[in-house]
Design a protein around this ligand. Structure first.
Ligand code: FAD
Length: 574
């Protein structure tokens, strides 16, 4: 607190000094009437500043409820992926939507003379620099605490939250009213703006669609600095552009998220398969039923021994004697993970329903394990793993993750090659695999998915252990990802990346396919100067820099030249 207030005090003093200085300078200029524009400091010829120190001063001079800092930029220079290190020039800690709008308008006013770009930053859980803005402005969305979390009960309950709010806070707050969002991610310490810019996919998505399908309304600050409220019916083009829009069209400052009544407990079940086709048939069977589990996921186990003994700390085997006879022997196994929500007083009917659903499946009978835990404990399960990894210093390591959306027609070919030939173990992190039913997903959002009703999310989530060699080494894991991608391409599996990352616009065009035209037209409409989310590397800000030619060439001329701001974006492998 002390540090923050002293920084604010220093800032205010700096601001006051700068204003007095500017007024003195500007008042000496004949004919200058408009001393100060609303959002920036004008210079004598009304040409926006292009020199870095003037740009920095112009940022300081903005009239904000929050504040700008320049000395803690290392905090916004990297992300969870831990492979890119690109410090911004400044961090904006907004207190209001108008702070964000002022910043955007100011950068628009600076125009193409400045390199400045803007990245909204949730918790920086991106993997390849998507929330970074090299030498630009990072907006720390968590500082935007307005509005507080506000819950509206009624027939169609919903919650209004700030774009920087984290999902775990929303869950804790809505549970006080017996309500909960419907669609989740596996990890809840992510922000609303961050997951809505991607999709937000977890084991409930087969039923409710991803998180981007469960939003009633958004408030957006566009790339032009305009503040717009949008929904399915109002400014719908902006609404659908932003959902899954990779931060390209505007900053989500507020979201209205749909809720449902929350039950208190979950029955959490795991069963194993040794045959992929039986496993995937059962998963698809479960997601096609109306009355089914509330959550369906799965994961792959390659070359692991003593697996069931590891589970025993949190899951009980249905039949201990049978379970102890099961030996995984390093075989590739597939684990189906399902959950049924229930209230304790309805435990009997829950047991009947789950019993019936399980009787329709073909898993290895001795491998039925289950557990009953509170709803919030289940949803916040990855946080427990996070704490353990942090304690061992294994959370802030490079994460060369790869998330793929694979059409149902390709999944068997993919599984045969990748889980049996390309990967020889998964000791360095989980591999998730589960199908979703696209007929429940809204196709108007910016999210790109395979062109089939059912597709699988396959997530390779390894951690690279620093100073290791062999299979936990970053280079090894990156090469393995590349082998997976090469196989998908040569076998023409029509796979799409989730949380996509590409280096060239050509690759982005191929990711978007027919929808590229619409995506780029929308970019032009909502962020014409390509200021937003440069770390996605979809569009590059084109800048005009002014320079004076050498006096030795006899005349001093001001000439414009264009250069690509984001050629500066060079990955650094940590
Ligand atoms: P950031 O990484 O900070 O931002 C992501 C992108 O969105 C950036 O381009 C940023 O500029 C932009 N952005 C951020 N806030 C805003 C805003 N308010 N308005 C506009 N643009 C904004 N994803 C799933 O779908 N399902 C999962 O189960 C899942 N599990 C995960 C588990 C872990 C441990 C981790 C680390 C990530 C997981 N993710 C999952 C990925 C997650 O959805 C992304 O990392 C996502 O980017 C959210 O992280 P964030 O809120 O920190 O956003």
């Amino acid at each position: 607190m002390g540090l923050t207030s002293s920084l604010r005090f220093r800032r205010r003093n700096n601001k006051t000094f700068l204003r007095i200085f500017m007024i003195l300078v500007l008042s000496c200029i004949p004919g200058k009437t408009n001393l100060c524009s609303n959002h920036s400091v004008s210079n004598p010829t009304d040409v926006p500043p292009s020199n870095p120190s003037d740009i920095r001063s112009s940022l300081v001079s903005l009239d904000l409820e929050g504040y700008i800092s320049f000395d803690d930029v290392h905090n916004a220079a990297k992300d969870f992926g831990n492979r890119y290190q690109l410090p911004p020039l400044a961090i904006l800690h907004p207190r209001s939507v108008s702070d964000i709008s002022s910043m955007m308008k100011h950068i628009v006013h600076l125009g193409s003379t400045s390199n400045l770009t803007v990245a909204a930053r949730g918790h920086g859980h991106s993997l390849q620099g998507q929330a970074l803005a090299h030498q630009g402005v990072v907006i720390k969305m968590e500082s935007l605490r307005n509005p507080d979390i506000r819950i509206h009960k009624g027939k169609q309950p919903y919650v209004d939250v700030s774009g920087g709010e984290s999902w775990i806070n929303i869950l804790r707050e809505t549970l006080k009213y017996g309500l909960s969002p419907k669609s989740w991610t596996d990890y809840l310490h992510l922000t609303v703006g961050g997951t809505l810019s991607n999709a937000g996919i977890s084991g409930q998505a087969f039923k409710y669609g991803p998180q981007i399908n469960n939003v009633y309304q958004l408030e957006i600050v566009t790339g032009k600095g305009e503040v717009v409220t949008c929904s399915e019916k109002r400014n719908s083009e902006l609404f659908y552009s932003v959902l899954g829009g990779l931060g390209q069209f505007g900053i989500i400052t507020r979201a209205r998220i749909s809720l449902e009544p929350a039950l208190h407990m979950v029955k959490w079940i795991r069963v194993l398969y040794s045959d992929f086709s039986v496993f995937s048939r059962d998963q698809e069977h479960l997601i096609s039923k109306e009355k089914t589990f509330d959550y369906v996921e799965g994961f792959v186990i390659i070359n692991r021994t003593d697996l069931l003994n590891n589970w025993r700390s949190s899951f009980r085997p249905n039949d201990s004697t049978e379970a102890s006879k099961f030996k995984s022997d390093g075989k590739t196994l597939y684990c189906l993970e399902v959950v049924k929500y229930f209230n304790t007083e309805e435990a009997n009917s829950m047991h009947q329903e789950t019993g019936k659903l399980l009787s329709e499946l073909n898993y290895i009978p001795s491998t039925l394990f289950s557990s009953e835990v509170p709803y919030i404990e289940f949803l916040d399960r990855v946080h427990i793993a996070e704490r353990k990894l942090r304690a061992k210093g294994l959370w802030e390591v490079p994460h060369p993750w790869l998330n793929l959306l694979i059409p149902k027609s390709s999944i068997s070919k993919f599984a045969t090659e990748v889980f049996n030939n390309i990967l020889t173990s998964n000791n360095n992190g989980p591999i998730l695999i589960y199908p979703v039913n696209q007929s429940k997903w809204n196709k108007q959002t910016s999210l790109i998915t395979p062109n089939e009703d059912i597709f699988y999310l396959v997530a390779f989530l390894p951690s690279a252990v620093p100073k290791s060699s062999g299979k936990n080494d970053l280079e090894y894991l990156l090469k393995q990802n590349q082998r997976v991608m090469n196989f998908c391409k040569t076998a023409r599996l029509h796979v799409k990346q989730y949380l996509p990352h590409y280096e060239t616009q050509q690759e982005w065009k191929s990711h978007f396919g027919k929808r590229w035209e619409t995506f780029s037209q929308r970019k032009h409409a909502y962020d014409p100067l390509t200021i937003l989310a440069p770390g996605q590397k979809i569009f590059q800000k084109t800048t005009t820099t002014q320079f004076q030619l050498s006096k030795s060439k006899s005349k001093a001329v001001l000439k414009g030249t264009t250069r690509r701001a984001s050629v500066l974006l060079k990955p650094r492998t940590v």
